[in-house]
Design a protein around this ligand. Structure first.
Ligand SMILES: [Fe+2]
Ligand SMILES: [Fe+2]
Length: 198
């Protein structure tokens, strides 16, 4: 299957009743989660350009969907030898799924269809399983996870500058706080397991 779709991306009318507060992080907060609620998915108005920027964060090469698959794969590979790291990867992957869901709700409100695709040269391109970094050993996997979080923070900051919508800005700000926390956790794990590695 080719990575593009001939008929182009369809834009849909924002669904009604979607602007409800999301569930706050509750009592059963896990170690990789921050004790801060998420804002509801809301937008000032439908906007195709903003939807395209968020599709990059949602299912582009460096996206929530890529992070979820990368971290889940690393969880599988760490399971036997590094159960504590496997737990960390899985915990963070679940938080990335929450980000994915909030982005999907926002993309719908902006008037676009949140398939697992992004836009290049005005055409939709589907996410592929070549985007995650699969890796060879524990240290190069953790290094890639650190790079993924650093890249996510950079990309979200750039999109905050480009998107003039206070509701989306609030959401991206909240997501960045999580990514900064993930960066700390992966960096601590790297320091513990890969000290002395260049
Ligand atoms: Fe994320
Ligand atoms: Fe993250």
């Amino acid at each position: 299957m080719s990575g593009t779709e001939k008929e182009g991306m369809r834009f849909v009318f924002p669904p009604k009743g979607k602007q409800q507060p999301g569930p706050p992080v509750g009592k059963h907060r896990r170690f990789c989660e921050l004790d801060l609620p998420y804002p509801a998915a809301r937008v000032l108005a439908p906007n195709r350009y903003y939807a395209e920027l968020l599709l990059e964060d949602y299912a582009g090469p460096h996206s929530e969907l890529t992070a979820i698959h990368q971290y889940i794969y690393h969880d599988f590979t760490f399971h036997e030898e590094y159960p504590e790291l496997a737990e960390l990867e899985k915990c963070i992957a679940v938080v990335e799924m929450r980000h994915l869901e909030l982005l999907a709700e926002t993309i719908l409100l902006l008037g676009a269809e949140p398939r697992f695709w992004f836009v290049r040269d005005n055409r939709p391109v589907y996410w592929t399983a070549s985007f995650p970094y699969y890796g060879e050993d524990v240290c190069d996997r953790l290094a890639a996870d650190i790079a993924a979080e650093e890249g996510a923070i950079r990309q979200y900051r750039a999109h905050r500058k480009a998107i003039k919508d206070a509701y989306i800005d609030e959401l991206l700000h909240r997501i960045i706080l999580d990514e900064e926390h993930h960066l700390r956790l992966f960096s601590e794990a790297y320091h513990k397991h890969c000290r002395g590695r260049v």
